[in-house]
Ligand binder design. Structure first.
Ligand code: 13P
Ligand code: SF4
Length: 349
């Protein structure tokens, strides 16, 4: 991936606005009424005033650059509801990336998601708002770690979470997401598998399927912070609340929850079951995005923010569209092997 950096600061707040600039902001607010209506329950009007010009500019840039914005469920509401054309969990984003017709995709998320989009669309331009954003899972494993596990467990299939680099995917048999890991593991029909890099996701799938799972000690820095004591405290404070946990949480936290699943599963659960109160044991923006569309549910929203996801901003998306970078560039032999693992996942799910 190219190492170009995007400018993330908005100059607007650094100087006294001129009359002309204030008029521009007022016009942008007027032009983004529809977008604001979608987030009015979670974004104050004064805050929207700082987003409106970027939203207008991104709408126009998408049109002139034949681009679409795909956003992960953890993106903040002004991105998720304001400029994204398609939103979803990691699995949905991979599927959508295959179907996109526009010549440019901006992936509002973290770089491994943009790499997956590029793997599935080698002919398209894939841009990421901040190429320097990381992920404690993707950064927690190397191809050498996978090869060492293969050498220690000959013949055992390697199931790799999409939260990994293309180089790690390239030495794997099949990828998975939190939305399809159980299905993939069951489909393999093996007594033993290697599941990397997320130790907790691997332990949770072992628990759900009864398959013996060899793990690697990487964890999501957002989800590993949740404890059973947190769940107990939420239940004590709000009797009857439904607790929904992401499978990147410790297995004891998943066991203490009522429901576990990917971010798309969480969204579906709240939309279809319409619980009066729900605690979302996951990244903080998730609840904002659901609340924007379904304000009548009461949300307990533990404020664990992913610092990597937060590096995607409206200013970064706008700059990516204006400059055509940072662009995801993958070495072709690595990409071909990684693509096989991702495509196999999509076939099996
Ligand atoms: P999903 O949206 O696939 O559940 O993944 C969560 C996550 O942590 C992505 O970084
Ligand atoms: Fe990675 Fe966790 Fe952030 Fe997702 S939430 S990008 S898994 S650190």
């Amino acid at each position: 991936m190219t190492a170009t950096t995007t400018h993330l600061a908005t100059p607007r707040v650094r100087h006294r606005a001129t009359e002309a600039e204030l008029l521009d902001v007022a016009a942008a607010i007027e032009a983004t009424r529809e977008e604001y209506d979608r987030v009015r329950h979670v974004v104050p009007e004064a805050e929207w005033a700082t987003f409106a010009q970027d939203v207008v500019a991104i709408k126009e840039l998408k049109r002139t650059r034949d681009a679409v914005v795909l956003a992960h469920n953890y993106q903040t509401p002004e991105i998720f509801h304001g400029v994204a054309d398609l939103v979803g969990d990691s699995l949905a984003l991979a599927r959508m990336a295959q179907e996109v017709e526009a010549s440019t995709i901006v992936l509002a998320g973290v770089p491994f998601m943009a790499e997956t989009a590029k793997l599935l669309n080698p002919g398209k331009t894939v841009l990421v708002p901040d190429a320097g954003a990381g992920c404690s899972l993707a950064d927690g494993i190397t191809p050498e770690d996978v090869l060492a596990l293969r050498a220690a467990h000959p013949g055992v299939p390697v199931v790799t979470y999409v939260n990994s680099s293309a180089a790690v995917k390239a030495v794997s048999d099949v990828c998975c997401t939190s939305g399809n890991v159980e299905r993939i593991v069951r489909h393999l029909g093996a007594e033993k598998i290697i599941c990397v890099p997320d130790e907790y996701l691997a332990r949770n799938v072992a628990e759900a399927t009864g398959v013996e799972v060899i793990t690697h000690p990487a964890r999501c820095e957002v989800h590993e912070r949740f404890s059973v004591a947190d769940v107990e405290q939420i239940r004590a404070e709000r009797p009857g609340i439904t607790v929904v946990a992401h499978p990147e949480c410790h297995p004891d936290v998943v066991a203490a929850a009522d429901v576990a699943g990917s971010t798309a599963h969480m969204l579906d659960y709240v939309r279809t079951q319409r619980p009066a109160q729900v605690a979302l044991i996951t990244e903080c923006s998730m609840a904002d995005n659901i609340r924007a569309a379904q304000p009548e549910t009461e949300y307990v929203q533990p404020c664990n923010l992913c610092p990597h996801m937060r590096r995607s901003t409206l200013a970064g998306i706008r700059a990516a569209l204006e400059t055509g970078g940072p662009e995801v560039v993958l070495e072709e032999s690595t990409a071909a092997a990684a693509r096989r693992a991702v495509e196999r996942m999509l076939e099996l799910s």
